[in-house]
Write a protein that binds this ligand. Structure first.
Ligand code: SF4
Length: 191
């Protein structure tokens, strides 16, 4: 069954306020180091607690080994106009990652803005997290199964843990596979 995790976050610090630079001298040479601002540290500490609470209350099953990607659908309730919501993702997604209760890394997250409205009394971001339908280059599980039935079953490489198929499921685009046909099938079938 498809599972959803609902989260509400305050408006996070934008990328411009997420981190800052400080110059230090190391081995006699100036070096720039990046650090999180106080605002970011405070936001992430609070939001991480909210994420963990939501995971537990909503019975979200954490599976950090699952390579499936996630959609994060977001409704932005901004405090005022002319704020760019695209600058607000980084600090928010990093906080979810740091909990290690939803995904292992946000490089498997497809973030999507559903709407932007304005609520100065209660600015927030409402998030709906769920697994994507696609599996690698295939649109969904049904298309993957159809591909295997039409191409792989009977192919010698299939029983040998075919690298082409593994790569396709891993999302790697290859000229031999277009999601419907595999040009290597006939060659392998002939041995
Ligand atoms: S070579 Fe093509 S048809 Fe054969 S198992 Fe691999 S992906 Fe499937």
């Amino acid at each position: 069954m498809k599972q959803y995790l609902y989260l509400t976050s305050p408006i996070p610090p934008s990328v411009n306020h997420y981190t800052a630079y400080r110059a230090i001298i190391k081995c006699g040479k100036p070096l720039g180091i990046v650090y999180k601002t106080k605002e970011s540290v405070a936001y992430q500490a609070d939001f991480k607690k909210a994420v963990i609470k939501a995971v537990e209350e909503q019975g979200w099953e954490t599976d950090l080994d699952n390579p499936r990607h996630f959609y994060v659908d977001a409704d932005f309730y901004m405090d005022k106009k002319h704020k760019d919501c695209n600058n607000l993702w980084k600090c928010l997604l990093d906080a979810v990652t740091e909990t290690q209760r939803v995904w292992s890394d946000d490089d498997i997250v497809c973030e999507r803005v559903n709407k932007i409205v304005y609520d100065s009394d209660n600015p927030r971001v409402e998030l709906y997290i769920h697994y994507v339908d696609y599996i690698g280059i295939f649109d969904n599980e049904a298309q993957l199964e159809e591909f295997k039935t039409n191409n792989c079953i009977g192919c010698k490489r299939y029983k040998r843990n075919c690298t082409l198929l593994k790569n396709a499921i891993d999302g790697r685009v290859q000229e031999e596979i277009d999601g419907v046909c595999c040009t290597k099938k006939s060659q392998t079938a002939q041995g």
